[in-house]
Write a protein that binds this ligand. Structure first.
Ligand SMILES: C[S@@+](CC[C@H](N)C(=O)[O-])C[C@H]1O[C@@H](n2cnc3c(N)ncnc32)[C@H](O)[C@@H]1O
Length: 240
């Protein structure tokens, strides 16, 4: 087993906010749903917190937040956005120990997340192509969830090729390359329209995760569920 971190977002970090705030995610709508799922004043750990866009919404809602991510250039932007009062931890989700538990752990399109299949069932996907690493990450995260605490995962459509216009004369294109056992590569390409210059390019290896194994791991760690939020944006697991 290699300890080398995979799927860091270094090459696309400087284009990330342009994409996300250009319509890839709707953070305001997501935050409105989270406000119905996260008890007032709760302490929230976001894993795969990236540039802190979701954490910013949570702070505005009055939650006490901590962010964790393994890409230093993403965390640098989060620090600029959130200021010194928000703790940000550089760590890999498969092996971290913050020494305490949180009311809620959130993964918002982060290390792993839910996906909707075309037949209406949900599944799981993430940035850890090795299933054993997924198991380790789930066990590690579960240790950070307090009694009666929650694990909340965002839900999105399964990945497909697409292109979308962004502000600042930029077009974003993503290409999906399927491999074996649910593993796929995703290319993130940012091009300036006026001269076709490539501004950022990243190729990551992601994977769909076996639903029974994912939910079984969480069940073994004492987390039951999931239930789906009314607007179908989030999955919620709860500790008894
Ligand atoms: C799509 S971004 C999501 C960022 C943020 N949650 C948001 O909603 O904008 C995924 C993030 O997960 C992080 N990530 C991926 N694998 C990770 C791992 N093994 N440990 C910690 N962070 C990881 C990446 O560095 C990246 O910042």
């Amino acid at each position: 087993m290699s300890n080398v971190p995979v799927n860091q977002y270094d090459a696309m970090a400087k284009c990330y906010n342009l994409l996300m705030l250009g319509g890839y995610y709707d953070y305001r709508a997501q935050a409105q749903t989270l406000a119905t799922l996260v008890p007032a004043g709760a302490e929230v750990l976001e894993i795969g917190a990236g540039t802190g866009l979701m954490l910013r919404e949570l702070v505005a809602l009055g939650y006490r937040v901590t962010g964790l991510d393994h890409t230093p250039t993403m965390l640098d932007q989060a620090r600029d956005l959130l200021g010194p009062d928000v703790p940000l931890v550089e760590a890999d989700v498969t092996a971290f120990d913050l020494g305490r538990a949180f009311d809620v752990v959130l993964s918002n399109g982060g290390v792993w997340y839910g996906v909707w299949w075309e037949d209406g069932r949900h599944g799981y996907c993430g940035h850890l192509p090795d299933p054993d690493a997924v198991d380790r990450s789930l066990a590690c995260v579960a240790r950070h969830i307090a009694p009666r605490g929650r694990l909340i995962l965002s839900l999105q459509d399964a990945h497909r090729d697409k292109s979308m216009p962004l502000p600042e004369d930029v077009t974003y294109t993503q290409r999906i390359h399927d491999m074996d056992n649910g593993v796929f590569d995703k290319e993130y390409i940012f091009t300036r329209n006026s001269d076709h210059a490539q501004l950022c390019y990243e190729r990551l290896t992601l994977a769909y995760i076996d639903t029974g194994r994912f939910e079984g791991c969480l069940g073994a760690a004492g987390l039951t569920g999931p239930r789906v939020s009314e607007d179908k944006r989030y999955l919620v697991f709860e500790r008894a």
